[in-house]
Design a protein around this ligand. Structure first.
Ligand code: URA
Length: 438
């Protein structure tokens, strides 16, 4: 190895504010993948990047090296423009579940490799796995075959897809280097670009329940993601969306699948449908199935009205070993043994539903993971959540708590009692959908 590619040289270069070359970035990512760099060397460079940043060119090279650290799915044999959606994560964000079958029913193939939830926001995989029998651990070959056959597969990250990210993300998690735009960009896009897609729509969330707390931070991340995705040869658009209160009226795995099925029956909550239509419209535009947003939204509404999106969802569930009867009988989804109503303390208007606090209550009930190895309880969570601005009568339900025992229900009642506020004056209506970056 040339001395210029020694880890200590590369670390010093970034420590002193230098720009890393393709070869240096390649050596770093290879070192993470094959174990030739020690964890302390990888961590030192991660911290140097955190403090010094990366240029757009370095970020694009880093993303490319991360993507190529494992296999890249080849979907070129599948006709059509393959489009995926990625969300930076939010509370009650189950959009992928109704969105994927809606977009596929409109003729755009959707290959989707998702993550598990860690921290306060639940992952799509955990939600889907609450469907009895549903498998998310398909091999890459089965994933490609299913996308070719029915236009969609909803699976988890395989061990050979961007393996450098697994190593680096685990180190970032314990070295306070997660909140760094170039590192986030590389991590998200390496996995997405390895899926075999042609285009990507990103939902970049901002607010109390999101990774990015302000709209400004979300814009900065969205801008970097679009630039780097484009440098990777993909069509990428990013929509900024608000995440101050939970999306929809449920938080918890099986409860969110039930709400997603309601969306496909045409009975989804207004905020969830607004985000789903907005992202779906961009996917149809990128997939070449609509000329403008109005046409795209009309097509998405039509596949709900004629039942074809619901049938597509059933097809995906059955193809992945799940019980297709849940589509008509959501009561077949796992249920918690204890259901407790949280009554409104007074008559008035809902002035706040704090997404982060609701997420923490759901976590306490067992709906999420505090540590990667924690087990999730699929039936627990919160349903029937009120929304900010709605009127409420004293004693009426603010939400229903689904718990596995009386003591966790009691704690959740206390937590949610603080998260949901009733007042006399409606707060100003907040915008749910923000800027589109492309
Ligand atoms: N999600 C990811 O996959 N990676 C990050 O770095 C942050 C969020």
């Amino acid at each position: 190895m040339s001395p210029s590619l020694f880890p200590q040289h590369i670390i010093a270069q970034k420590r002193d504010g230098g720009v890393l070359s393709r070869a240096e970035i390649g050596a770093f990512v290879r070192g993470a993948t094959d174990g030739s760099w020690a964890d302390y060397q990888l961590s030192a460079l991660l911290m140097a990047i955190f403090l010094r940043g990366m240029t757009p060119e370095e970020t694009a090279l880093y993303t490319d090296a991360m993507m190529r650290s494992g296999v890249v799915a080849d979907l070129t044999a599948v006709p059509g423009i393959k489009v995926d959606k990625h969300s930076t994560g939010g509370v009650g964000d189950k959009v992928s579940i109704p969105l994927a079958p809606m977009v596929v029913a409109c003729g755009v193939p959707v290959p989707m490799i998702s993550g598990r939830g860690l921290g306060h926001s639940g992952g799509t995989l955990d939600k889907l796995e609450s469907i009895p029998g549903f498998r998310t651990d398909l091999s890459l070959a089965d994933y490609c075959a299913q996308v070719a056959r029915i236009g969609c597969a909803l699976i988890g990250q395989t061990k050979d897809l961007a393996p450098s990210d697994k190593k680096l993300y685990a180190l970032r998690d314990v070295t306070a280097t997660v909140e760094c735009i170039p590192l986030i960009c590389g991590s998200i896009l390496a996995k997405k670009l390895a899926e075999g897609i042609d285009a990507l729509v990103l939902d970049v969330k901002f607010g109390r329940g999101a990774f990015m707390k302000t709209e400004e931070q979300a814009r900065e991340l969205a801008h970097a993601l679009v630039q780097v995705g484009r440098a990777g040869g993909k069509k990428v658009r990013a929509l900024l969306t608000a995440m101050n209160q939970p999306l929809g009226r449920t938080v918890g795995n099986a409860l969110e699948v039930g709400e997603s099925i309601a969306c496909l029956h045409g009975e989804g909550p207004a905020d969830l449908m607004e985000v789903t239509y907005a992202l779906g419209a961009q996917m149809l535009l990128l997939g070449g199935k609509a000329e403008d947003v109005a046409e795209a939204e009309a097509k998405l509404q039509a596949v709900i009205a004629d039942g074809s999106a619901l049938e597509k969802f059933r097809e995906i569930v059955v193809a992945q070993g799940g019980d297709g009867r849940v589509v008509d009988e959501p009561d077949r989804l796992p249920q918690a043994s204890h259901k407790v109503i949280l009554p409104a303390p007074a008559t008035g208007i809902i002035t706040d539903v704090d997404a982060m606090q609701v997420a923490l209550a759901a976590l306490r009930l067992g709906a999420g993971r505090a540590k990667a190895e924690d087990r999730i309880d699929p039936g627990v969570g919160v349903s029937g959540l009120v929304k900010i601005g709605e009127p409420i009568e004293a004693g009426a339900a603010l939400c229903t708590i689904h718990a596995s025992d009386a003591s966790s229900a009691k704690v959740a009642v206390e937590m949610l009692g603080k998260a949901i506020r009733v007042g006399n004056e409606a707060p100003p209506k907040a915008r749910l959908i923000g800027e589109l970056l492309s």
